[in-house]
Design a binder for this molecule. Structure first.
Ligand code: HEM
Length: 485
């Protein structure tokens, strides 16, 4: 992979070291920022190498669409990962190489999450969101207990997917999903575990000094297995898993039935994991953004007051008549994208793009954060400003919808995006209708700065979470309490 090959010129990129290439350059505290800065020197398509693995970082939305949408026949795979295999994450659709198994599990997922069927989950979503609002009324602390948001999301997904009801944050399901997602974050810290670029390392025994990854994998595997098996085995009626299994029962061939059951378990397992953290991150961005912006809350309330009125809480039917509330959702996706570097794709065939050679096996990293902070499309990109999406009181179709980037690309685009939006929309609209989101206060009553930074690895979160909630009025409080009846 010599950069200077005349016939096969690779895209430009930061110079690497002999043998290891850019392995250490890739390991950054906030990689989306470093990669964004590199793109100012090397351009929107950059080439790097981790040992022998070629990597292309794409920083332009148009190039990302050219590659992963228009050439999706060859840009829709995922890098084979020894790390995923060792910790048992290789069941996950999002990390699975392109092929028949992916197609089968994707089809199952799509059947239950496309835009026409997600309204079937609205009543469950609404019921749990109302319970969350009642929790919010009860939480009068100086700082909101943000773990309630995670509990809300786990409650929704466990009910919709497995028909399971959980009680509180101490529930074993919640402890397990939190631990599983910690494992996921750690294993996906790019370039942290060399084993992905030097697969033979997986055979190093645990007692060898430095075999950190082997130890990490041994510790993590049972956690991931529990996440996959426990809720699946406890499935009750009236949920996605039950309807998947009912369909599979009609399959006469026992071997095929077993395979289908495993696929159903793998499909539901990743839906469970994918829902909780990603939507949690998005909603935390919402709360922080609101705590910083009383004026934005004010504008949203004017819209809610005129469309929904003081007599009731918002519902899903209000969605189309609340463009500013929708713009707030769009700005949360853009401002602090939950998955700032996307979930990398990989290429299954040699090819050229704009004269650059892209070898088969190249890992494609879309720098979604950079695309969503492009000042030409989103002026003053660091500013939280939902108004950028509004023109003449409507969503302006000329501004690129951040969802076209934040949910990934081509055939691998997030199949849960409608479900995620439905959950987020109702939380956002209900909170704005019934509560004031304020900065949290210290022991002396002084307001803390609610401005967050984006932190984390594959899934990222705003931090710190300096906000608290206060009911907007007595009438609003009554509306929330009345949901219990
Ligand atoms: C704010 C919430 C969410 C965000 C920002 C998000 C974002 C993403 C992104 C960036 C990808 C990678 C796409 C690619 O490879 O190009 C993805 C994949 C995926 N997401 Fe989501 N997601 C969210 C919520 C959800 C929810 C609620 C579900 C479950 C219903 C879900 C299920 C999945 C699955 C199964 C994949 C793998 C698809 C595949 O590789 O074929 N996600 N998501």
């Amino acid at each position: 992979l010599k950069r200077a090959n005349r016939l096969r010129p690779l895209p430009p990129g930061p110079p690497g070291w002999p043998i290891i290439g850019n392995l250490f350059d890739l390991q950054q505290e906030l990689p989306w920022i470093t990669y964004s800065n590199w793109s100012k020197t090397y351009g929107s398509i950059m080439f790097l190498r981790a040992l022998t693995t070629p990597i292309v970082i794409v920083s332009s939305a148009d190039i990302a669409f050219d590659l992963m949408d228009k050439r999706s026949a060859i840009y829709s795979s995922k890098p084979a990962s020894v790390v995923d295999e060792m910790i048992g994450w290789d069941f996950a659709l999002s990390l699975m190489p392109y092929g028949q198994r992916w197609r089968n599990i994707r089809k199952k997922t799509h059947e239950h999450f496309h835009q026409m069927v997600t309204p079937n989950y609205h009543s469950k979503q609404m019921k749990h969101i109302q319970a969350f609002l009642r929790h919010c009324l009860a939480d009068t602390a100086k700082q909101f207990d943000s773990s309630q948001v995670r509990q809300l999301l786990a409650t929704i997904v466990l009910d919709v997917v497995y028909g399971i009801r959980i009680k509180d944050m101490d529930d074993d399901y919640i402890k397990n999903i939190v631990e599983t997602l910690e494992v996921f974050g750690e294993s996906k810290t790019f370039g942290k575990y060399w084993v992905d670029f030097m697969p033979l390392l997986k055979y190093v025994p645990q007692w060898v000094p430095g075999a950190v990854f082997v130890k990490f994998a041994a510790r993590s595997r049972p956690v991931v297995e529990e996440m996959l098996n426990r809720p699946f085995n406890a499935t009750s009626n009236n949920c996605i898993t039950a309807s998947m299994l009912a369909k599979i029962e009609l399959q006469p061939d026992i071997e095929k039935r077993k395979e289908e059951e495993t696929h159903a378990k793998h499909a539901t397992g990743v839906i469970y994991a994918a829902t909780v953290e990603s939507t949690y991150s998005l909603l935390q961005t919402f709360f922080c953004g609101m705590a910083m912006s009383p004026d934005i809350q004010q504008r949203a309330r004017q819209e809610l007051d005129s469309v929904v009125g003081p007599e009731r809480l918002p519902t899903y039917d209000d969605q189309d008549r609340l463009p500013y509330v929708q713009a707030i959702f769009m700005e949360c996706l853009r401002w602090m994208p939950t998955i700032p570097l996307g979930i990398p794709h990989s290429v299954i065939q040699d090819g050229y793009y704009n004269g650059y050679f892209i070898p088969s096996g190249t890992i494609i990293i879309p720098n979604a954060w950079h695309m969503l902070h492009n000042p030409e499309e989103y002026p003053e990109p660091d500013k939280f400003n939902p108004g950028r999406f509004i023109k003449d009181g409507e969503i302006n179709p000329e501004i690129r919808d951040p969802a076209t980037i934040a949910f990934g690309f081509g055939r691998r685009i997030c199949p849960g995006r409608h479900f995620a939006k439905d959950t987020a929309f109702l939380v956002i609209a209900s909170i704005l209708h019934a509560f004031d989101v304020k900065p949290s206060v210290d022991e002396n009553g002084f307001e803390l700065d609610p401005t967050p930074q984006l932190q984390g690895s594959i899934i990222s979160f705003p931090s710190p979470l300096n906000y608290r909630l206060k009911s907007r009025s007595e009438a609003a409080e009554k509306l929330v309490r009345a949901t219990e009846l």
